[in-house]
Unconditional design. Structure first.
Lengths: 60, 472
């Protein structure tokens, strides 16, 4: 485990927790995108918004 | 450029000692923030990357001006900041759930902005957030550090414990967040949150990800690690972190913070036996009384949904509105946000047991009474609760009110014959007596001079105006 260089305690296994959460969210995102692609392939309406663009326009 | 001379005596803020990057201090009646040499690089990055300007545009970070003067004489000095002075400091344990939610969303928005400027928040405590002009903003200018995309967010656990878990508990239990945070000022540990959440919370993915998983990981391992050299962990990435932040934002945004709570005070004016005529008369008298007074600050004790606080806000720069019922305070907060009312500070405080001084040496946080002093103190239909329900004798209440007000006291006396007082006494017969108008006036006499009194038409209730005796 890496050492954090902060003055607050990140907590036991905080790194791993965030790795797992990010992994789960990434997988969900992947399946969601896949589902949208399949749906738009079979649907006539191809103008439906792609979820991949959902968070892109937020503040950065 | 710099005179390393101590030009004035200063006193460091007693809560500003944890972060070695700098500290807050007061001198000549003004609050300043010292930036230490060790924080020089992140501070320059905050200012030069455009992050400060961006956060100021959105009013998410407190404004400051730089002073090239070492006011403390400390050898670690790099820069002095003079932040915008705040007229009142409130604590998360005094906020309604909607205020805590907005503070959480403010923190996440700042975090997202920071990442876009190659910086990150190094802590995430609600104590760094204050409400200014009715909206939350970050007051700790030194909370930023350079972002390393290979690392996750160091303050993730702190964010969950201080913001997410109290809000989640409220979502399922509807008990407010203030009492939880009085008990757990540094946040609720994941295991405790996991134990306190109902079974149905397991239907939510966010409970598994942000509560149960961290609770499981925080448990000490049964077997100590036996393996040799630690295996390198795969690096984190910015994409992963942004996904985590977006998820936290969505979870918090979609929580149900129900204002229609069971505690019952939020509909006091609408549904109770108190008639519209009574309220109308009381408001008329109230406006007449305060119309003749000059005051910059006001404190509304037992504010309910803030009907009278709003009237005072038309005149005063700052009105602190307190009530024990979080639903009332949340309703008032919603109203101030919706109507862009900037001078009202709605707070959940139990006046029979107000926020204590706390933290290390009892000095990190000051007591409610120490903070809330105002030119005008208003206590409408409050005293009978303190005496008849809480058994607090009139002389003690008088001494407390005298400590709170700088000058004026506007108070409504509800005698025992009033239906509301009778309701309080229906199951409980003993209270500290005598309790009648003359005893009330006698209790206040050591501290105040009576200016006016009027019986509210159609009731036995009396509205009094007192002026505090000049201090010897």
């Amino acid at each position: 485990m890496r050492a954090f260089l902060g003055y607050i305690d990140p907590g036991n296994g905080s790194y791993l927790v965030q790795m797992i959460i990010a992994g789960v969210l990434g997988a969900l995102f992947y399946f969601k995108s896949l589902w949208f692609r399949i749906r738009s392939f079979f649907s006539k309406n191809k103008n439906k918004p792609d979820p991949r663009n959902d968070s892109e326009d937020k503040d950065s | 450029m710099t005179a390393k001379i101590k030009i004035a005596d200063y006193h460091a803020h007693p809560a500003s000692f944890r972060d070695p990057s700098g500290f807050i201090f007061q001198t000549q009646g003004c609050w300043y923030r010292q930036v230490n040499v060790s924080y020089q690089e992140p501070y320059r990055l905050l200012m030069d990357s455009g992050l400060y300007v961006k956060l100021r545009e959105k009013e998410l970070l407190v404004a400051h001006e730089e002073l090239q003067q070492n006011l403390t004489g400390e050898p670690h000095w790099f820069l002095t900041l003079k932040p915008e002075q705040l007229s009142f400091i409130s604590y998360p344990e005094e906020w309604s759930p909607a205020q805590l939610r907005d503070a959480a969303l403010c923190t996440l928005t700042i975090l997202r902005s920071a990442i876009g400027h190659a910086m990150i928040l190094k802590d995430a405590t609600p104590r760094n957030i204050q409400f200014l002009r009715g909206k939350p903003l970050l007051i700790d200018t030194l909370s930023f550090e350079r972002y390393d995309p290979t690392q996750p967010w160091i303050a993730y656990r702190q964010f969950c414990e201080c913001f997410l878990y109290p809000l989640l508990l409220h979502h399922y239990r509807a008990r407010g967040t203030h009492k939880t945070l009085i008990a757990w000022p540094e946040g609720i540990p994941a295991q405790l949150a996991a134990d306190s959440l109902p079974r149905r919370s397991r239907l939510r993915m966010s409970t598994w990800l942000h509560v149960l998983l961290p609770a499981r990981m925080a448990r000490p391992r049964v077997k100590p690690a036996e393996h040799g050299p630690e295996r390198p962990t795969p690096p984190f990435s910015q994409e992963k972190l942004l996904r985590l932040i977006d998820h936290l934002t969505t979870v918090i945004r979609t929580l149900d913070l129900r204002t229609a709570a069971a505690e019952g005070w939020s509909n006091y004016y609408d549904q109770t036996i108190l008639s519209a005529a009574y309220l109308h008369e009381k408001e008329r008298l109230f406006r007449e009384y305060i119309g003749a007074l000059s005051f910059d600050s006001a404190l509304d004790l037992g504010a309910n949904n803030g009907h009278f606080s709003r009237i005072m806000a038309e005149k005063a720069q700052r009105v602190i509105a307190v009530d024990a019922d979080w639903a009332c305070i949340q309703q008032l907060y919603g109203y101030t946000r919706e109507h862009r009312i900037t001078g009202i500070y709605p707070l959940c405080v139990d006046l029979a047991n107000p926020t204590p001084a706390s933290g290390f040496h009892h000095r990190e946080k000051t007591s409610f009474t120490q903070r809330a002093g105002s030119d005008l103190v208003v206590a409408l239909a409050l005293v009978h609760h303190l005496v008849l329900a809480q058994n607090i004798p009139l002389p003690l209440i008088a001494a407390w009110l005298a400590e709170l007000t700088h000058r004026w006291l506007l108070v409504e006396f509800v005698p025992t014959g009033d239906p509301k007082a009778r309701e309080l006494l229906s199951a409980k017969k003993t209270y500290p007596g005598p309790y009648d108008p003359s005893a009330f006036e006698a209790a206040l006499r050591p501290y105040f001079q009576q200016e006016r009194q009027t019986v509210i038409p159609g009731t036995e209730r009396i509205l009094y105006l007192f002026q505090k005796n000049p201090q010897p």
